[in-house]
Design a protein around this ligand. Structure first.
Ligand code: BES
Ligand code: MN
Ligand code: ZN
Length: 490
């Protein structure tokens, strides 16, 4: 999608459509011809309610051929997310109308509003089309948006805000595309191929540990989980260097390319959704991509632990005792496996130990880790846990700004006690209750006192319903959130 900025009004643009946002009961201003058109609009047809849209044809009376009115709801409830949702609905509507070019009137705080509009337009019109290209017969695409700003706006700053928002939104769609690919297409090796390609294109350094290197290095957790699949496990490391400061921030991701549950096999209902179990690792790829394009002045190390969890004669089993990657710690953590379906925490253990060995000063991990988190928070927010209140506070602030919502869960000692094992350091399940927290307690074993935050994205990584600026499938959750966090780092 292409964007341009101007300080002239959307109603003065000779374009197929102009988009105007309106609060409830707001009197829209404009040329007399526009007000004449509005006089015919009844209060039930359009009153500016959230999610309400109304299309007017200007019949040659105004410069734009059509005007799309988009409701923002009550003025005192307005946030940037309101605008993002409104623009998402508008962009889908324009696309469905066959409109390829439109002017959008931007009001409010230009920086935030502009970014939200660009972001929503790109996110809302994304479609996963790789495997049904024939359906594109009469499909149209929204190609160009003219962003119409108030007269006082700084056009240079606006152009930069639009370009930055485009980078972040396109990185999010990149995550959605890989996330949506099925398990027969994206194996751990293909995840590594994506990382190598990304490194080549974006100037990152990529190191891949395939099975042989994992064995030599002692990555016992990842090897155990990946043991049952012909698609061998891979640990993928991406490095971005944008600053002289040597200590990197680590982004760690779970990338189970398909989670059947292994020997503790899952019920078949909805098992197909477990192709999305790689979305944490995919978020790490996309964040690295965006940060490299934004050229942020910091150092990052991305560590993606990728395996396919399958049942078979070479699978790990309930009862097995697995030894994690040692990292810099005196003694490797040993795990009593009680359920092979609690595999995410095991592959993350190795990755966290590796990130720490590499000198990470802060660690943020992303994982579709527990069904329990979905029970707790639904698909509305990701679970946020960790060992550092200041870091969590920053993440919550970024969540509020980006609409990638998070909610904190406690990590008290009593939860940590639940994963103690009689035969190993820890066991991989903590019982039926508080499952999102006991999973995080397991991860805590690997981070020591390094500031760390864990995002359980099991409920938010994909959506089964159409949302205002998202379509069914992978959401790219975490990408916009953590890019926002890193832009404000320091
Ligand atoms: N990938 C799943 C978690 C999951 C479940 C994500 C449903 C999204 C939707 C994870 O590997 C898993 O299976 N966790 C188990 C842990 C349990 C066996 C302790 C779970 O949540 O049931
Ligand atoms: Mn599982
Ligand atoms: Zn899983």
């Amino acid at each position: 999608m292409n964007f341009s900025v101007t300080t002239s009004s959307a109603l003065s643009q000779k374009q197929p459509a102009a988009v105007l946002f309106a609060f409830e009961k707001q009197r829209l201003d404009g040329p007399a011809a526009f007000k004449n058109l509005l006089r015919h609009v009844g209060p039930k047809e359009f009153r500016g309610a959230e999610r309400q849209i109304f299309l007017l044809h200007s019949a040659g009376k105004l410069a734009p051929q059509r005007i799309l009115l988009v409701g923002l709801g009550k003025r005192d409830k307005f946030t940037t997310e309101t605008l993002r949702r409104a623009m998402g609905i508008a962009a889908k509507k324009l696309r469905d109308l066959g409109v390829e070019r439109a002017a959008v009137q931007v009001a409010g705080d230009v920086g935030d509003s502009l970014g939200a509009i660009v972001e929503a337009a790109i996110l809302a019109t994304y479609q996963f089309r790789q495997f049904k290209p024939d359906d594109d017969g009469d499909a149209t695409e929204l190609k160009t948006l003219t962003l119409c700003l108030p007269a006082y706006a700084d056009l240079k700053a606006a152009r930069k805000a639009a370009a930055d928002a485009q980078i972040v939104a396109e990185a999010t769609n990149y995550a959605r595309e890989i996330g949506n690919l099925p398990g027969n297409v994206v194996t751990p090796q293909v995840m590594a191929d994506y990382a190598r390609k990304l490194a080549d294109d974006s100037g990152l350094v990529c190191t891949v540990f395939a099975k042989k290197e994992l064995e030599a290095g002692g990555f016992g957790g990842l090897l155990a989980v990946g043991g049952g699949s012909a698609n061998e496990p891979h640990l993928i490391v991406l490095e971005y260097c944008g600053s002289k400061d040597a200590t990197p921030i680590a982004l760690v991701g779970k990338a189970i390319t398909f989670d059947s549950g292994g020997i503790s096999i899952k019920p078949s209902d909805k098992m197909d959704e477990m192709k999305f179990d790689k979305c944490g690792g995919v978020a790490v790829l996309a964040i690295m991509k965006a940060i490299a394009q934004l050229k942020l002045p910091l150092n990052l190390i991305g560590v993606i632990s990728s395996a396919e969890n399958m049942p078979g004669s070479t699978s790990y089993r309930p009862g097995d005792i697995v030894t994690s990657y040692r990292g810099a710690d005196k003694r490797a953590v040993t795990i009593e496996v009680l359920n092979t379906d609690a595999e995410g925490r095991i592959v993350l253990g190795d990755a966290l130990a590796y990130a720490r060995e590499r000198g990470a000063k802060t660690i943020i991990d992303f994982a579709t880790l527990t069904g329990a988190c979905v029970v707790a928070l639904g698909s509305i927010a990701a679970g946020l846990l960790g060992n550092d209140d200041a870091l969590q506070e920053k993440i919550r602030a970024s969540a509020d700004r980006t609409g990638d919502r998070v909610w904190p869960l406690p990590l008290w000692q009593e939860y940590k006690d639940k994963i103690k094992s009689d035969v190993a350091d820890i066991k991989n399940t903590g019982g039926r209750y508080g499952g999102a927290i006991t999973a995080a307690a397991f991860l805590a074993k690997y981070v020591g006192d390094t500031p760390w935050a864990h995002l359980d994205i099991a409920g938010t990584a994909w959506t089964t319903e159409e949302l205002p600026y998202l379509t069914k499938g992978a959401t790219g959750f975490g990408v916009r959130l953590v890019v926002d966090l890193l832009r404000r780092w320091n």
